[in-house]
Design a protein around this ligand. Structure first.
Ligand SMILES: O=C(O)CCC(=O)C(=O)O
Ligand SMILES: [Fe+2]
Length: 225
C-alpha cells in the first residue's frame, strides 16, 4: 500500500497569514447539500452561470454566477449587462447568517461577526482544467473580510501577500466543506487556484464532479446602482 493512502487528521483551524484563517471541514454535510442545491438553482437564472469574458477578450475557465450584486470585470452592477441584462437573484438572509457564523468561527470574535453584512456572493464552478490566476479581490468598497466556502473536488489555493504575485505565498489544500476567511491585513492579498484535482470530491454533497466555491463579500455599495 502506498503511503499516499494515509492522511493525517487535519487541524481545526490554521492561521495562514494574519487575518487569513482556514477552517477545514467547517461546513456540515447538510450545509454542503443546501449550498449545492441553492447554487444549482442560481446557476439556472435569472442570470445563467457563464464563463466571464474579460475586457481584453480573454475568457475565464471557471463558470460564475452571482447573487445580490453582479460582478463583471471589474465592477459590481445590479443588472448583468454583460450577460442578459437581468437583475441577479436577491442575496438571501440565510446566507448572510452563515457568513456571520463563519466569521465568528474564524476569528473567535462574535461582536465583530455580528456587524458583518455581506450583500453579494460570487459562485465559481471549476470543472475540467479550470483554474484561477492570482488576483486581489478589490472591486469592493468595504474592507470587510471575504468568506469562502469550498465544496466538491479539492484544489490548491495559493494565498500570497498584498504587494505582488510572487513569494511569499502559501499553498493550501482546500477540501470539500472547508472554510477560508481573509480579512484585516490579508484582505487584499493576492490569491488564486492553480489546480483542481478531479475525482477527489464529495458526491454526498450532491455534486458528482467539479469544484464549487462560494465567496461572500460586502460590496460597500449600499443602495447605489
Ligand atoms: O475558488 C476559490 O477558492 C477562489 C475564488 C476567488 O478567488 C474569487 O472568486 O475571487
Ligand atoms: Fe478572489
Amino acid at each position: 500500500m502506498s503511503e499516499g493512502l494515509f492522511r493525517l487528521p487535519r487541524p481545526a483551524r490554521v492561521e495562514v497569514a494574519p487575518g487569513a484563517v482556514h477552517l477545514p471541514g467547517w461546513l456540515s454535510p447538510e450545509r454542503r447539500r443546501e449550498l449545492v442545491t441553492a447554487c444549482r438553482e442560481w446557476a439556472r437564472g435569472p442570470v445563467p452561470i457563464r464563463h466571464t469574458v474579460l475586457p481584453g477578450g480573454g475568457v475565464m475557465s471557471v463558470r460564475s454566477v452571482c447573487v445580490g450584486w453582479h460582478w463583471q470585470p471589474y465592477r459590481y452592477t445590479r443588472v448583468a449587462s454583460d450577460v442578459n441584462g437581468l437583475p441577479v437573484a436577491p442575496f438571501p438572509e440565510w446566507l448572510g447568517a452563515l457568513g456571520r457564523a463563519a466569521l465568528a468561527a474564524a476569528y473567535g470574535d462574535a461582536d465583530a461577526a455580528a456587524s458583518y453584512s455581506p450583500d453579494t456572493a460570487l459562485i465559481n464552478f471549476y470543472d475540467g482544467a479550470a483554474k484561477m490566476g492570482l488576483h486581489q479581490d478589490k472591486d469592493e468598497r468595504s474592507p470587510a473580510p471575504v468568506v469562502s466556502f469550498s465544496i466538491g473536488d479539492s484544489c490548491v489555493f495559493r494565498f500570497g501577500n498584498a504587494e505582488h504575485r510572487g513569494r511569499p505565498y502559501t499553498d493550501v489544500e482546500l477540501v470539500s466543506g472547508d472554510l477560508f476567511v481573509f480579512g484585516g491585513p490579508s484582505r487584499f492579498a493576492y490569491h488564486g487556484v492553480p489546480k483542481v484535482v478531479p475525482g477527489t470530491g464529495d458526491p454526498e454533497a450532491g455534486l458528482a464532479r467539479g469544484r464549487l466555491n462560494i465567496t461572500l463579500r460586502e460590496t460597500g455599495l449600499g443602495t447605489d446602482t
